[in-house]
Design a protein around this ligand. Structure first.
Ligand code: HEM
Length: 480
């Protein structure tokens, strides 16, 4: 950096904001963060400052800021993304997770969970994952219209419940699923976030009630598991074996948020990514042909190791997570005063940064809104330029598992089923814990015959992906 750092006040942004102005900006952001971030970048560039009564907030776009935020973990702390409740409330306990730990405590928790998610475990995980995909497909019939998003979401929920939580009681888990969905919906509602006042009959009060119910359910599961010795290789058992720095057992009440948030991020992000990837494949027949050719070459009994090596499938998944990253933005909090880019920032500055905006920068990706899996043969972006699973010491713990689920599901579904999006469907985005389709993705099922055509769709998916762009001509495969 040249010269001495500039004061924070030199960062462009709206003038000092009133309380109402601050709430209104928050509502706009929460309703559609992608739209909001596009607007912000076109108005203020790569760094915007909001000065509110709560302090300084920055919105930072691009690899330079990403690099600093991911590497300087002593300056930039992670913070909970769930709405706060009062101290000693269930809502407060449920928001405590690995995302709220930093430095030594964070390292210890990561170390505790790492064995569950190691890549080498995928060999073991692949068999139950295939079983869950088969179960989901058992109900599919030619001619049916199904919500692809819902089906993939439920399938991934089953995998996470089984592999990460060791739960198999279907009735109890359906109840749990319902409770989690309900709480999550309230927690990420822009209106609940705008008016977080615990008054009777308000959505915020309902969220607190949901939090209490959900906490009770999780605590019952956790107490039972602990009483049983929690020796399993699943994530819940590993969490329950977590000890304080002094080696003491941690009470379940202090681990309940960890258990819940891990569960939520695991199935939400993976379900959405799988649904988006199948949607993109259905809209880009050439890319689907390439994947189908590869899958045909390895055959239906291919191991995960073989499927994981398939280049066209890998390119499609990279391109899908570039265009539609399930985590489009994240946040950090300055643990002390420091220097960010060219600017001096005060302690407790909040920073939002964006995976989505980075992935859509024309400076990094030519025609960024184009679905072009072939670009991955030419480019090798740095970890600060391509970060669907984050970067640095806080890189996603579940990335290998997520990719294993997604690739195995695609390998089972596509050779058997042709998925045609119902023509003129409206596909809009919705930001909850992750970025997904707002109204689902209705598809007509038919037996795979490789007569693939894209369907016309409407909605703000078209801001994110250039759906009408013609694909490059299909490569003719050389005769053997
Ligand atoms: C396609 C699916 C997924 C995507 C796109 C994704 C994305 C991400 C991203 C971007 C981060 C970093 C957030 C930040 O820097 O603030 C992250 C962190 C994390 N993810 Fe994932 N994730 C996925 C699946 C999973 C799964 C299946 C799990 C399993 C439980 C998981 C567990 C975690 C955990 C524990 C962290 C926090 C790591 C830490 O702070 O040390 N994720 N994920």
């Amino acid at each position: 950096m040249d010269g001495s750092p500039l004061p924070t006040s030199a960062i462009p942004g709206p003038k000092r904001m009133s309380v109402v102005g601050g709430i209104w900006e928050q509502v706009k952001f929460d309703r559609d963060p992608v739209r909001y971030m596009y607007d912000l970048r076109s108005r203020y560039g790569d760094l915007t400052r909001f000065q509110t009564r709560a302090g300084t907030m920055l919105v930072a776009f691009g690899p330079e800021y990403n690099r600093q935020l991911h590497q300087e973990t002593d300056l930039f702390h992670s913070r909970p993304f769930v709405l706060p409740g009062g101290l000693k409330t269930a809502q407060h306990r449920l928001r405590q997770s690995i995302f709220s730990l930093n430095e030594a405590e964070h390292k210890r928790m990561r170390h505790q969970l790492l064995p569950v998610f190691q890549r080498s475990r995928m060999d073991v995980h692949q068999h139950p994952i295939r079983g869950h995909v088969e179960t989901a497909l058992a109900a599919w019939r030619p001619g049916q219209v199904r919500d692809l998003h819902r089906d993939m979401h439920l399938m991934v929920w089953g995998v996470v419940r089984d592999l990460l939580y060791g739960l198999d009681d279907d009735t109890a888990s359906e109840d749990l699923h319902h409770g989690m969905e309900h709480w999550m919906f309230q927690t990420f509602s822009p209106w609940v976030r705008a008016f977080p006042f615990n008054l009777p009959f308000t959505p915020y009060a309902r969220m607190q009630l949901d939090a209490r119910r959900l906490e009770r359910k999780f605590l019952a599961i956790m107490r039972e598991r602990r009483a049983g010795g929690c020796a399993g290789s699943d994530a819940l058992s590993a969490l329950l074996r977590f000890r304080t720095a002094e080696g003491k057992e941690v009470p379940v009440e202090e681990l309940v948020g960890h258990a819940l948030i891990l569960f939520l991020v695991a199935y939400e992000t993976t379900g959405n990514t799988l649904a988006w990837t199948l949607f993109l494949l259905s809209q880009f027949p050439q890319a689907q042909h390439d994947v189908l050719d590869e899958l045909a070459a390895v055959g239906p009994n291919a191991t995960y190791e073989q499927i994981d090596q398939l280049p066209a499938l890998a390119r499609v998944l990279k391109e899908s997570t570039r265009l539609l990253p399930a985590v489009p933005y994240s946040r950090r909090l300055a643990a002390r005063a420091g220097v960010f880019g060219r600017y001096e920032i005060p302690e407790r500055t909040r920073v939002i940064f964006s995976h989505y905006m980075t992935h859509h920068m024309p400076e990094i990706y030519e025609h960024p809104e184009r679905f072009a899996p072939a670009r991955w043969d030419r480019i090798k972006p740095s970890p600060a330029e391509f970060l669907p699973f984050g970067a640095g010491p806080r890189t996603c713990l579940g990335s290998s598992l997520a990719q294993c689920i997604i690739k195995l599901a695609i390998a089972k579904i596509l050779p058997r089923w042709k998925l045609d999006v119902v023509p003129h469907t409206r596909v809009d985005r919705l930001m909850g814990i992750s970025l997904g389709p707002k109204h689902g993705i209705p598809v007509v099922l038919s037996k795979q015959d490789r007569d693939l055509r894209k369907s016309p769709v409407t909605g703000n998916i078209r801001d994110m992906v250039e759906l009408d762009h013609p694909e490059p001509a299909r490569r003719v495969r050389a005769a053997a």
